[in-house]
Design a protein around this ligand. Structure first.
Ligand code: ADP
Ligand code: ASP
Ligand code: MG
Length: 272
């Protein structure tokens, strides 16, 4: 039995039908005999919409209030996802970043994770349930909510996987993995089947905005295997692995079954 952390980005949980589909996928992973902890982003453009609302009221909103506002996005998706899992026959508990033990520094809007103490997540898993954690957020030493910077749910996922000593951190998104260039802009871009942390850091630094840079740094530090893949297919994606780790040792890599149609291109957003 493997312990798998799955992260679903905003593009994978954009509406209630998508949440249902993601819930089904999580349950499938669990019913294959794995323990599953999930990190979820806010639905679709929720974070952008909240920022727009804030800016319409105050062009220089206080950082504390901004983080209080933005953490609400992930609270919505985590609880809806848990409800959908219950509706499909499994049990799940959702947790805010604070409840999941994400302790950060005090830098509102770009907080760094100082420690992850996932006691409640572990307890839920040990009870045979699925744990759902709000991405992108934590709590500082004053007890205030903080956010990790745009695209920060990727970092939450790797940090949780490291703290739980998971076998793999799967990052589910709306493309089939990491490509040689953005596949939505460059149609001839090729999927990269596996890549080292160093090469992924170089790709991220040269503009491959599929993963938050900090998430890759965190994974390298803790040697946590990452599998970037599509939530719209069961095809293998891109494995980001420590030197010398064989791709065949990574659980739940998937099959080459025909993929569902890729979703229509999205309008540019300032996410990531
Ligand atoms: P999520 O909502 O899952 O967090 P993101 O929008 O943060 O998704 O990241 C996925 C997007 O990253 C893809 O839709 C794709 O357009 C973009 N992207 C940019 N560069 C790359 C690349 N080199 N490989 C794959 N996707 C890329
Ligand atoms: N919801 C946050 C954002 O839009 C975090 C994330 O999606 O990773 O930046
Ligand atoms: Mg993202």
């Amino acid at each position: 039995m493997a312990l798998i952390v799955q992260k679903y980005g905003g593009s994978s949980v954009a509406d209630v039908d998508s949440i249902k589909r993601v819930a089904r996928r999580i349950i499938e992973t669990k019913r294959k005999g794995n323990d599953v902890a999930v990190v979820v982003s806010a639905m679709g453009d929720t974070t952008d919409d909240l920022i727009d609302q804030a800016m319409s009221l105050n062009s220089r909103p206080p950082g504390r209030e901004m983080d209080m506002l933005l953490t609400a996005g992930e609270r919505i998706s985590m609880s809806l996802l848990a409800m959908s899992i219950y509706a499909q026959g499994e049990s799940a508990n959702s947790f805010t970043g604070a409840q999941a033990g994400f302790m950060t520094d005090t830098k509102f809007g770009a907080a760094h994770i100082r420690a992850v103490k996932p006691d409640r997540v572990l307890k839920t898993i040990n009870q045979g349930k699925i744990a759902i954690v709000a991405g992108f957020q934590g709590i500082n030493s004053d007890g205030d909510s903080t956010t990790l910077g745009r695209g920060g749910s990727d970092t939450s996922a790797v940090a949780l996987a490291a703290a739980l000593n998971a076998d793999v951190c799967e990052i589910y998104t709306d493309v089939d993995g990491v490509f040689t260039a953005d596949p939505r802009i460059v149609p001839t871009a090729r999927r990269i089947p596996s890549v080292s942390y160093e090469s992924m850091l170089e790709l991220a630094a040269s503009g491959a905005k599929i993963l938050a840079l900090r998430c890759v740094e965190y994974a390298r530090r803790f040697e946590m295997p990452i599998h970037v893949r599509s939530s719209f297919s069961s095809r293998p994606g891109t494995l980001i692995l420590p030197e010398g780790v064989d791709t065949s040792s990574i659980p739940n890599v998937g099959t080459d079954t025909p993929r569902a149609a890729m979703p229509a291109p999205r309008a540019a957003s300032n996410e990531r």
